[in-house]
Ligand binder design. Structure first.
Ligand code: GLN
Length: 312
């Protein structure tokens, strides 16, 4: 179990930021043009603990779009609204071993493979896009705000940038429409999907959101029960197997924590029962995971004995 004091943890995180600032490999994502404007030097970490406290280091307060780290929360909301059985008919829980935006579907079951890759996230968004675009947006931003414990908002420039260039996601949505995996209207579904990816968070927001998943759905600062424990169990399970795209197996082997990464350079990881951690650094490896983010989590898990498959 994890019993280190907060001041020890703050010192540890500061040292980690100074040390890993020298790690300058990777590329900033530019396929969403607006993301290409990120500052490669930015590097922040935040931890939120179950008792509602935070440890922060580096540029933890930089506001960045959440991108794919939105996927677990939307999946949780779909489970909450429709239940496991209904959701499972639309999206499974098997890793694809393929890139996050690959055009592969679970044809045997006529569903997407899992909710952590784009196809599965678009199906999940289709379940949640049952109202007007404006009302879908409001309930999504409300949900993310309750998870973070403060009011969040959308970066309209990133949204517009992705809306303009997201042809691959459009192709995935129309392919799934063709096989009856999503309900019309794909434009409404993609509107919600692009918006969920464009919600602005800093590391502390994301750490609080991660911590909420880790503490059985109870937001650590406000005390609100946002998700039921059955929901967070399912979300964390799929994060564990599928959260890091085609690096998920290696990640589980090396780090051993439920996690999710996004193309803006955010990674969140959960230490169930204890805390959420979020790291921001925009340079990505070839899989699309933040280079420094991976290294921070690897060190953190190793230094504190947090791998889920040990009983340290
Ligand atoms: N909005 C991005 C996309 O759909 C999210 C992908 C990601 O963060 N990996 O391409």
């Amino acid at each position: 179990a994890f019993s280190t004091g907060h001041s020890v943890l703050n010192t540890y995180l500061d040292a980690l930021v100074s040390e890993l600032a020298g790690l300058e490999t990777g590329e900033i994502a530019t396929y969403i043009p607006q993301l290409g404007l990120a500052d490669p030097k930015d590097f922040g970490i935040a931890i939120a603990t179950a008792d509602g406290r935070f440890c922060k280091a580096g540029n933890w307060d930089r506001m960045v779009t959440i991108q794919s780290v939105s996927k677990p929360f939307m999946y949780g909301e779909a489970l909450r609204r429709f239940g496991r059985d209904t959701v499972l008919t639309k999206v499974g829980v098997e890793p694809t071993g393929e890139r996050f935006n690959s055009i592969v579907l679970d044809e045997a079951n006529n569903r997407a493979f899992n909710p952590m890759v784009n196809s599965g996230a678009i199906v999940t968004a289709s379940l949640l896009a049952q109202d007007t675009a404006a009302r879908n947006e409001t309930s999504m931003v409300d949900l993310f705000s309750r998870l973070a414990g403060r009011r969040l908002s959308i970066d309209e420039d990133v949204f517009a940038s992705e809306h303009e260039t997201g042809h691959r996601n459009r192709a995935i949505a129309w392919l799934m429409l063709n096989s009856g995996m999503i309900e019309p209207d794909p434009d409404l579904v993609l509107d919600l999907y692009f918006k969920q990816c464009s919600v602005l968070v800093n590391c502390a927001d994301l750490a609080a959101m991660a911590c909420t998943l880790g503490t059985f759905g109870r937001q650590p600062v406000t005390g609100e029960q946002v998700f039921a424990p059955e929901v967070t169990r399912d979300v964390l399970s799929v994060m564990t197997t599928c959260g890091m795209y085609d690096y998920a197996g290696q990640w589980l082997y090396d780090v051993g924590l439920p996690a999710k990464s996004g193309v803006s350079g955010m990674i969140m990881a959960v230490i169930p029962g204890h805390m959420g951690i979020a790291v921001y650094s925009p340079k990505l490896d070839t899989v699309g995971n933040s280079v420094r983010g991976i290294e921070v989590c690897r060190r953190f898990a190793r230094d504190f004995g947090l791998h889920a498959c040990t009983n340290a």
